[in-house]
Design a protein around this ligand. Sequence first.
Ligand code: ASN
Ligand code: ZN
Length: 322
Amino acid sequence: SAKVRELRAKGLLASPDADDSSATARTRSAQAGATGPNRQIHDAQNKEDLPGVLVRSEGDAPTEDTAVNEAYDGLGASYALFAEAFDRNSLDGQGGPLIASVHYGKDYDNAFWDGRLLVFGDGDGEVFEGFTGSVSIIGHELSHGVITHTADLEYFDQSGALNEHCADVFGALTEQHAAGQNAEDATWLIGAGIFTEAVTGKALRSMIAPGTAYDDDVLGKDPQPDSMDGFVTTESDNGGVHLNSGIPNRAFALAATTVGGPAWETVGQVWYGVLTGPEITSKTGFSEFADLTIAEAAEQFGEGSDVHDAVVEGWQTVGVAT
Ligand code: ASN
Ligand code: ZN
C-alpha cells in the first residue's frame, strides 16, 4: 500500500520487543562516576515545534500522561544500562541531560534522535500506536545519542547500517538489562507492542531472525536481509541503513545467545569497547567493524575464549568474516 511505501521510504519498516516499562522501576542511578539521570520530558502538543512544553523533570512524580511516563521510565532504563553495565554517565559520558519530546506532530509514525533530543510520535492509530510503548525503541533512540558522542558513524551506506545496528544492540540491551534477562531468553525484537491490532506483526525488527518480524497484509513482509547474500543496494533510506543493519544484528544476537547469560556482560562489552575505542571511524564498514570486534573480544576475554569464538562464528554465519 501507499502507506507502507511511505513508511519504508522513511526507513521505518524494516524492528523490537518492549512490554517492559514497569521493570524500569528498577532504574538505579549511581555507580562509579555516574551521578544519576537528569531527565526532562516535554509535550510537543501534536505540533512540530521542539522541544515543546516541559512537563516532567527529574524526580517529579508521574503525570496523567502515559506517553510522558513511558518516556521518563524508558530513558531511566537506558541511562541505567549505560551507567551500570558500561560505567558511562549519560549520552556524553558527563551526566548531560536526557531530553525528550512526546506527542510530536499529528499521527506521527516514528521516533527519532534529532541530534539533541529524543522525539516520539503518537502513531497514526492505524498501523502504529505510540512509540513510547517499547523500551527497545526508547533505548534505540537514546543510543543514537551515545553513538553521536562516540564513533559518530556516518548515517549512510555501511557505516549508516552500523549506526542503526549499534542503536538496535543497545536498545535491545536496555530492555534485557531492565528485565534482568539472559541472552538466550530474550526475544531480540525491536519495537514489539507498538503495532495496532490491525497488524499481526511481532515487531519492527528481529535481531536474531531478520526478515521475520512481520509478514502481514497491511505491512507486507519484513525486508531485512540476514546475511551478506541478501545485502541490499539502494538509494533510499540513506542506502538501506534500516535494512542492512539486519546483517550485523544477527551476528551480534547469535554470538550473545551462543555465549549465554546477560549479553551486556559479554558480547555487549565487546561492542561497547569498539564503539568507544580509538580505532573505529565515522566511515567504518562491516568487515572492518567485524575485525575490530574480533580483536576486542580477544583482548577483553582472551583468544579462544567463548566470547571470542562466538563473535567470530557470528560474523562467519552472516557472511561478513570468512
Ligand atoms: N526511528 C528511526 C531511527 O531512529 C528514525 C529514522 O532515522 N528514520 O532509526
Ligand atoms: Zn535508528
